[in-house]
Design a protein around this ligand. Structure first.
Ligand SMILES: NC(=O)c1ccc[n+]([C@@H]2O[C@H](COP(=O)([O-])OP(=O)(O)OC[C@H]3O[C@@H](n4cnc5c(N)ncnc54)[C@H](OP(=O)(O)O)[C@@H]3O)[C@@H](O)[C@H]2O)c1
Length: 299
């Protein structure tokens, strides 16, 4: 049996590394992971904003599936770097989709719940996006490019992510622990916006299984959502972390106002039912795994 080939962009990132590990551990796939500033660990260095570099990879590897996870995903950075963000989140997506279409490869574009304004959850795959910040706008533009390039392509929207990390600052969830673990210093945590923290290795299983399914079933196309199902504020997550390590929570103060910086949706809960109807992947409960994720960074 010839192996199917999957090309993963952003394979050095928080989600991309989980996707890379999931495909790499599966013997029915030949996997190529791309990175930019963090190559190594079998990842190939490619600047996705350079068309010639990307074309050379496609010509050599000839993927059947492209999981496009690379992006600038920090909303407050995007607010001040709109041109650079457009290059990676939109223009690079367009080039990847053109090259993929040439070789009839299926593209899965990873997107975000931030395409929604958060006023009327839950959001299903037919809900109309209305992003509140420039990051959400850039990802919505990327989605439109991916879906317009080929009716075969897919978009997978996911919410706030956590998982195995190289440093706490890599995830908007784990970064909270920098303050949670310093119990003699008061801190405030947002207790306003509702979030659904989702474990990256779970999403990686979803993506690998959806890719398996797509290889058999051409009806796998269009928009999908997949989300954890625990409704938490950042304050709830911080308390969960403290309790996992038997730390006090007296130093953590709940802040009931909206978060500063780029505007964020209040509650962009994603309805995952379209994907759950195709395949069932269990959702790892936050409290069952957060200590394992954070242990390398404690004390
Ligand atoms: N993190 C979240 O909470 C979250 C929530 C919803 C949706 N998403 C979406 O999920 C996807 C993955 O996010 P993430 O958290 O894994 O992001 P991340 O950890 O910030 O990783 C970003 C990845 O993009 C790569 N990259 C950036 N610029 C590049 C360029 N010019 N050429 C090649 N590669 C480049 C980076 O490579 P190097 O590091 O090697 O430079 C890195 O692998 C994104 O599409 C994001 O919009 C994320």
């Amino acid at each position: 049996m010839s192996l199917k080939k999957v090309l993963i962009t952003g394979a050095s990132g928080l989600l991309g590394r989980a996707i890379f590990n999931e495909f790499n551990a599966n013997s029915t796939w030949k996997t190529l992971g791309l990175a930019f500033s963090r190559p190594g660990n079998h990842l190939k260095k490619v600047d996705l904003t350079n068309f010639d570099e990307v074309k050379a990879v496609f010509d050599e590897f000839k993927p059947d599936v492209v999981i496009h996870s690379a992006a600038e995903r920090r909303p407050d950075v995007v607010e001040n770097q709109t041109d650079a963000t457009k290059q990676i989140n939109v223009d690079a997506t367009k080039n990847i989709c053109i090259l993929a279409d040439d070789m009839k490869a299926w593209v899965l574009f990873i997107s975000t719940d931030y395409v929604f304004d958060g006023t009327n959850p839950p959001y299903d795959v037919n809900s109309v996006p209305n992003p509140l910040n420039k990051y959400g706008v850039s990802k919505y533009e990327g989605e439109k490019v991916a879906l317009a390039s080929s009716a075969e392509n897919s978009v997978l929207r996911v919410p706030i992510l956590y998982g195995p990390i190289e440093k706490l600052e890599e995830s908007a969830v784990t970064v909270l622990f920098t303050k949670v673990k310093v119990t003699d210093t008061k801190c405030t945590m947002s207790n306003y916006e509702r979030r659904y923290p989702t474990y990256c290795p779970d999403i990686a299983v979803v993506i690998r299984k959806l890719s398996d399914e797509r290889m058999k079933n051409p009806d796998i196309k269009g928009i999908y959502h997949w989300s954890g199902d625990e409704n938490m504020t950042k304050y709830d997550m911080a308390v969960g972390m403290a309790e996992s390590f038997d730390l006090g929570i007296e130093h953590i103060e709940a802040d009931n106002k909206s978060s500063p910086g780029a505007p964020r949706p209040y509650d962009a809960h994603l309805d995952s039912s379209r994907l759950d109807n195709v395949l069932q992947v269990p959702r790892t409960p936050f409290k069952s795994i957060i200590k394992d994720v954070l242990k390398p960074f404690y004390p």
